[in-house]
Design a protein around this ligand. Structure first.
Ligand code: PEP
Ligand code: MG
Length: 298
């Protein structure tokens, strides 16, 4: 079984019309690069930057962040690396950010909401990303987006960062800006949102929790935390439709992306990138490869 899967390590799976389906890795640190490459990752579909912020006794500097993101980009070039901006809230403390006590941290001051209120922290990360973009195919993705205004405000900050770095003579690259689709609000405005971003990545972990109104960590409601619930699958289908209609890329980076039983449906809906834990990659590549209809013999 293991040997049979190994032959897919360098495979580039395509769907029936020839479009490449990128099977990428979800990573949280640079130590995971080599294992992910060995597992056949076609780039990174979610680099969680939280660990970089939680590891240190102070906020990571622009230089440290730029170096970290550049190392990641170089390791996977020419494949893309989708780096998610800081997605943290009151449930995960970080030295240097004071969080209020919250009754409902999953509904509170987290992700893009916190970043837009702390432009000092957010712009440091955005400048580091602009610098890293010189070294590979960097894409940037915003977590917990619920309104178009959050994307517009981020674009203003990116433009400010570009101007500041240009002024200082620091080389910068360009990156595509995308959003995670993980709030019901983002699903409901997906057709409009698609006109403001280069790609969507469906975060099924949070999308399931918010669509079903069921805490993803609460054992008593675990039965509702099911991506195959028709309500969640409808949200995924609506998102995919909005993206394909607008002609932007749509992928997935929640746990469901690695489920071999669901991958055929995700590909059918138009997803062209699936990002997962490295241990699921080979099986996912095999599953997609075997979807290709065989040419009828004559
Ligand atoms: C998600 O919500 O599906 C996701 C990928 O992000 P995280 O698990 O880091 O919240
Ligand atoms: Mg999430």
């Amino acid at each position: 079984e293991r040997a049979a899967l190994a032959e897919f390590r360098d495979a580039v799976p395509r769907r029936g019309d020839g479009t490449v389906i990128e099977v990428a890795a979800n990573l949280g640190s640079l130590e995971e690069i080599d294992p992910a490459k060995a597992a056949g990752a076609m780039g990174v579909g979610l680099f969680r930057t939280e660990l970089l912020f939680m590891r240190h006794a102070h906020l990571p500097s622009e230089d440290l962040q730029a170096e970290t993101y550049a190392t990641l980009a170089k390791a996977f070039a020419p494949w893309s690396v989708i780096i998610r901006t800081l997605d943290i809230g009151g449930d995960k403390p970080v030295a240097g950010i004071e969080f209020p006590d919250e009754e409902n941290p999953f509904l509170g001051w987290r992700g893009i909401r916190m970043c837009l209120d702390r432009p000092d922290i957010f712009k440091t990360q955005l400048r580091a990303l602009l610098r890293a973009a010189v070294h590979g195919n960097v894409k940037v993705m915003l977590p917990m987006v619920a309104e178009i205004a959050e994307v517009e405000r981020t674009k203003v900050l990116i433009a400010e960062c570009e101007a500041e770095l240009a002024e200082a003579g620091v080389p910068t690259g360009r990156f595509e800006l995308g959003v995670m689709i993980e709030t019901p609000a983002a699903v409901l405005i997906a057709p409009q949102l698609a006109r403001h971003v280069a790609f969507f990545s469906i975060g099924t972990n949070d999308l399931t929790q918010y669509v079903m109104a069921a805490d993803r960590l609460h054992p008593a409601v675990a039965h509702l935390n099911d991506v195959t619930n028709p309500a969640v699958m409808a949200a995924i289908a609506m998102t995919a439709r909005a993206a394909t209609d607008a002609g932007i890329m749509v992928g997935m980076c929640g746990e469901a992306a690695g489920r071999a039983d669901l991958i055929p449906e995700f590909v059918r809906l138009g997803l062209t990138e699936l990002s997962m834990s490295p241990s699921s990659i080979l099986r996912a590549k095999k599953t997609i490869t075997e979807l290709v209809p065989e040419t009828p013999a004559d």
